[in-house]
Write a protein that binds this ligand. Structure first.
Ligand code: SF4
Length: 378
């Protein structure tokens, strides 16, 4: 596998449409941070030392910090501060608040974090505006405590999994709310540890994560026992061009096929859905490509989640600072203003367009992937 710095691929302008044919050889890129730091507290943890060893094994120099505070460069130019932060991996101990889990409907009962931050450069990034400070990727060294903490949430406040079709999944834990755990797995090993942890459990339970990366080879032989559902985050090609530093769409779909063949329950997170030119055909093409890679998989357990594009005033401001050349449409006048349940504002597509996309894309899922379970539209 080539080690590439996705930062180098970060588009200031929208990148050209990915036109890789579906049967071409796929690349699997691995993030190579320009700076890796570790705090003294993280070095006291076996997993912190293991991550340092992984980074050094990949030829990366690891700075031993004197303090447990991460001080990212505070450049006045937001693009420059963004660039430096995005090229940094910090190995730290998760703050105690991370051990108090939050419900995360409709995706899962609970969210937990193996890391925070992501090395990719999506011009619509979900994390913009929700993480404070420069977007350094922080990998958590106190993995034993993070995984051990999950026991207390088993069968507890089962908000999502209790819903009909998902009851058999048990208590569900989502690991990709604030990071892409596969995108940093070669540097952390945390995801493999979590998959083993869930596989060893005797209670009805599910680990869930979604990813825009494709280096799944180290996961294929893990004793997952069907307790981890891996979803690949995909989009119509014309929308996937807003993603920099991720694996290509075709590599992600190949990864989906490989995981399904390795017996994992799998899924498609189709997000963020946008009314790109000829969107009905564009999303049908995507579903057909997914169907092709899943052909012949025995006992396929496939779910689909459909998530439309939205933004908040805060995320728009952050994204415009990070990607000033982006042509991603974020015009309030073309959207409906909605209040979230926490009272903050978000901008979604107008009702008629939402309804048309929902009906058309849901019907295309049923037609192209008849064995799939559609979990939700949002
Ligand atoms: Fe943001 Fe997800 Fe893209 Fe990472 S992969 S930059 S978290 S949208």
């Amino acid at each position: 596998d080539a080690l590439t710095d996705p930062h180098a691929a970060a588009p200031a302008q929208a990148a050209p449409v990915d036109a890789t044919p579906i049967d071409a050889p796929r690349e699997t890129r691995l993030w190579r941070p320009r700076r890796v730091v570790v705090t003294p507290a993280a070095l006291e943890q076996a997993h912190g030392r293991a991550m340092v060893a992984r980074a050094e094994g990949l030829g990366l120099a690891v700075e031993r910090l004197k303090s447990n505070r991460i001080t990212a460069t505070r450049d006045a130019d937001p693009r420059q501060a963004y660039r430096e932060a995005k090229a940094t991996l910090a190995i730290v101990v998760a703050p105690p608040t991370k051990l108090k889990l939050q419900p995360i409907p409709p995706s899962a009962d609970w969210r937990f974090d193996l890391a925070e931050g992501c090395p990719a450069h999506c011009q619509y990034c979900y994390l913009a505006g929700s993480l404070s400070g420069p977007p350094v990727t922080r990998a958590y060294a106190n993995l034993d405590a993070i995984l051990g903490n999950l026991d207390g949430y088993l069968g507890n406040g089962n908000v999502t999994s209790a819903q009909g079709a998902r009851a058999r999944e048990g208590t569900t834990f989502e690991a990709s709310c604030y990071t892409d755990p596969l995108g940093i797995e070669h540097l952390t090993g945390s995801l493999s540890a979590a998959i083993r942890h869930f596989g060893a459990w005797d209670a009805p339970v599910q680990l869930r994560f979604t990813t825009k990366f494709a280096a799944v080879a180290p996961l294929l032989a893990l004793p997952h026992r069907g307790r981890t559902r891996v979803r690949v985050s995909v989009n119509a090609r014309a929308a996937a061009r807003y993603e920099g530093g991720t694996a290509s769409l075709d590599a992600r779909l190949d990864a989906l096929g490989a995981l399904a063949r390795a017996g994992y329950p799998v899924g498609l997170t189709i997000a963020p859905i946008m009314p790109v030119p000829d969107w009905p055909q564009a999303y049908t093409d995507l579903l057909r490509a997914a169907s092709r890679v899943l052909e012949g998989v025995h006992d396929l357990d496939l779910t689909v989640e459909l998530i439309t594009h939205r933004f908040t005033p805060g995320s728009k401001e952050v994204l415009q600072g990070w990607y000033p050349g982006s042509d991603l449409p974020m015009r309030e006048a073309e959207r409906t203003r909605k209040l979230t349940k926490f009272g903050s504002v978000k901008y979604v597509y107008p009702r008629d367009l939402m309804q048309a996309m929902r009906e058309t894309i849901s019907a295309a899922v049923a037609r192209e992937l008849p064995g799939a379970r559609l979990l939700y539209w949002t």
